[in-house]
Design a binder for this molecule. Structure first.
Ligand SMILES: O=C(O)CCC(=O)C(=O)O
Length: 377
């Protein structure tokens, strides 16, 4: 799929925007806020066209959201951070979303400790059988990386500047967020030839809020993202489905307080830190949670993906995809010769909107510090 075909697909979705604006009842169905009273049409909070697209399909594409200088500064800052901070001889932790996901992230203090700082995670195929970086990557370690995260927005530099920029804040406000906060940011490398797949998932499984789901992913392409190098695939409309499973802190490990309180605390350190808990939802099961649907490969045919309602959304460098936390999405491996770097923010509603961060989420700040608020514009 090239960019013209992508635009045709998006245009056809544009024709299908639900007419949820009921002129008789004066209500509007917002994804994040539920049924809301419609403001007057000349009010700045009247739902825009792209807000209606988002509420109908669960995602929007915002072309040219970041400028070439912003992209260049994020990329060079990341390169510098890897150079200065990542010592693979001391820590080689792999990130994966396949059937070994729970082994990789569910039993790892290095992963849990990445909540408010930047930790580095390698590709599974960059490691040898002894768990060390393969020789080929030792002199060019950045090529072995899967991702860096999850508190990149908390340190001074281009990631924080972008996170707090008025364009990010106003987009969230336009889509209906009232008190957006930022629990998580990450840089995904999807390096040429080695970048692994990200199996299908709903982000709210990992970033769960109560009493309702409010997670939004802001996925910024720092390179052109194509079918060949592993662009994102989304399943339009799936954001209306319930969250099917939760990546939850294991009370056996942490105790019922769900925060490990030392070896004489309640928990049993020999138990895994994280579990996948099945949520009732409407009882609907899908065969692709934590997997790629059958027939996803080979590219570019991807017959199984289209059959299951997924569509690819190729992006140009600088384009942003914003998508709801319940939207099924995935990306295929990058077998091409072009890297596909992205910077992602995940935001949720804060306490000011009556929404609470689940204490079962993997991501918890030390001492219960608050997440960065994006309300200041
Ligand atoms: O960038 C990718 O390949 C996947 C990212 C993703 O799944 C996410 O941001 O939730």
């Amino acid at each position: 799929m090239d960019f013209t075909q992508r635009d045709e697909t998006l245009n056809s979705l544009q024709q299908k925007i639900d007419d949820t604006i009921e002129s008789s009842t004066k209500t509007y169905q917002s994804w994040v806020r539920g049924t809301v009273t419609l403001p007057p049409q000349n009010d700045s909070s009247y739902p825009t066209n792209r807000c209606r697209f988002f509420d109908t399909h669960g995602f929007i594409l915002v072309p040219s959201f970041a400028s070439p200088p912003e992209i260049a500064s994020m990329k060079s800052h990341m390169q510098q951070m890897v150079q200065n901070e990542w010592n693979p001889a001391q820590s080689t932790h792999v990130f994966r979303t396949d059937e070994k996901q729970l082994d990789a992230q569910g039993k790892s203090d290095y992963f849990l400790d990445s909540a408010s700082k930047t930790h580095y995670f390698a590709e599974k195929d960059a490691m040898d059988e002894t768990g060390e970086l393969k020789e080929a990557y030792r002199s060019n370690k950045i090529m072995a990386l899967n991702k860096a995260g999850h508190g990149m927005h908390t340190s001074p530099g281009p990631f924080r500047t972008y996170t707090q920029s008025s364009k990010v804040v106003s987009l969230l406000k336009e889509l209906g967020w009232r008190d957006p906060v930022v629990p998580q940011s990450m840089y995904i490398f999807k390096q040429a030839g080695i970048g692994g797949e990200v199996t299908s998932h709903q982000d709210s499984s990992f970033l769960f809020t109560t009493p309702r789901q409010t997670c939004i992913g802001l996925w910024l392409a720092l390179d052109d993202a194509t079918l060949e190098n592993g662009c994102l695939w989304v399943r339009p409309g799936s954001h209306r489905e319930p969250v099917r499973r939760q990546f939850a802190r294991n009370p056996k490990h942490f105790g019922d307080g769900l925060v490990y309180s030392g070896d004489d605390g309640e928990g049993d350190r020999t138990q895994p830190q994280m579990i996948f808990r099945s949520l009732d939802g409407d009882g609907k099961e899908v065969p692709w949670d934590g997997k790629l649907p059958d027939g996803s490969l080979p590219t570019p045919e991807c017959v199984g993906l289209y059959e299951n309602g997924f569509i690819p959304v190729p992006c140009k460098a600088g384009d942003l995809l914003a998508f709801a936390g319940e939207l099924d999405h995935l990306s295929l491996p990058n077998n091409s010769s072009q890297a596909r770097h992205t910077f992602q923010l995940h935001c949720v509603e804060g306490e000011g909107a009556g929404v609470h961060w689940s204490k079962e989420n993997w991501l918890q700040y030390p001492l219960g510090e608050p997440f960065m608020k994006l309300n200041s514009h």
